[in-house]
Design a protein around this ligand. Structure first.
Ligand code: PGA
Length: 252
């Protein structure tokens, strides 16, 4: 299989957001009912604001979020269903009936399979927007998550809980369990845009792109995906030694 990994080193988060928004806009122009994989967290924020600036008609876009906290109050503002509504659905003018978050139709044992089925029934994700954790996670696939893992109930690592504590009043309030798309689920998206900004992401980006493909760095499985665009700023790219900016790296 021929794989293409395009690396774009941009000046700042805003430029990264514009680049990703341009890709999304092009995809929506091709297919107004695009199936978009959306991510929460700080990293994709400039993507959503750049998309808002474009004032596109996104009312037919179908969206699937990557993950959701489980042990969190239904009305908690940091529940990802609420975050997606506030930061993505409303500002972008998506139709709320076409936006799904894992667990929004129940949080029982069958919820992960129902979510997988919903994605499959939509025809699969066309374009996935993705961040990366400092520990190399994608969605809540923490180190140890297999490349063929599916949507499931999982536990957050303590590192991730500490990283996400900034969204909560205290570390104690940060949820411990979640429903997350699996690495294998994410890899089924037809195209992926992986974004990372800031020096705290440099080690994870380097391990993901240049290290061995290993469950210890779940994002390294992206090396096996046929269409990944990586958008990083200088500091997130600072430890890369093999990948070169904007070079489409063809690998057999
Ligand atoms: P962040 O999280 O964008 O808030 O840094 C990224 C991630 O954990 O995937």
């Amino acid at each position: 299989m021929t794989r293409t990994l395009a690396l774009h080193v941009v000046q700042d988060r805003r430029a990264g957001g514009s680049l990703a928004a341009e890709r999304i806009a092009a995809a929506v122009a091709q297919r107004p009912d695009l199936v978009l994989g959306v991510a929460t967290g700080s990293t994709p924020e400039p993507v959503w604001s750049a998309l808002v600036e474009r004032a596109l008609d996104l009312s037919r876009v179908r969206a699937f979020a990557l993950d959701e906290y489980l042990d969190i109050a239904a009305d908690h503002p940091e529940r990802y269903a609420a975050v997606v509504e506030r930061e993505i659905t409303r500002p972008l003018g998506l139709d709320p009936r076409l936006v799904r978050t894992p667990g929004d139709d129940g949080r029982d044992e069958g919820a992960p399979q129902r979510y997988e089925r919903a994605i499959a029934e939509a025809g699969g994700v066309d374009l996935q927007v993705l961040g990366i954790g400092r520990n190399g996670h994608i969605a809540f696939n923490e180190p140890g998550s297999a490349a063929d893992s599916r949507t499931r109930i999982a536990r957050l690592s303590e590192e991730t809980r500490r990283d996400n504590a900034r969204f909560f009043r205290s570390l104690d309030e940060v949820p411990r369990s979640c429903i997350t798309q699996g690495v294998g689920t994410i890899l089924e998206a037809r195209s992926i845009i992986l974004l990372a900004f800031g020096p705290s992401k440099a080690a994870a980006i380097t391990a993901a792109l240049e290290g061995p493909v290993t469950a210890n760095v779940p994002a390294s499985a992206l090396q096996r995906h046929p269409d990944v665009t990586v958008v990083v700023d200088e500091s997130a790219a600072s430890a890369l030694r093999q990948c070169r900016p904007s070079a489409a790296a063809e690998r057999a």
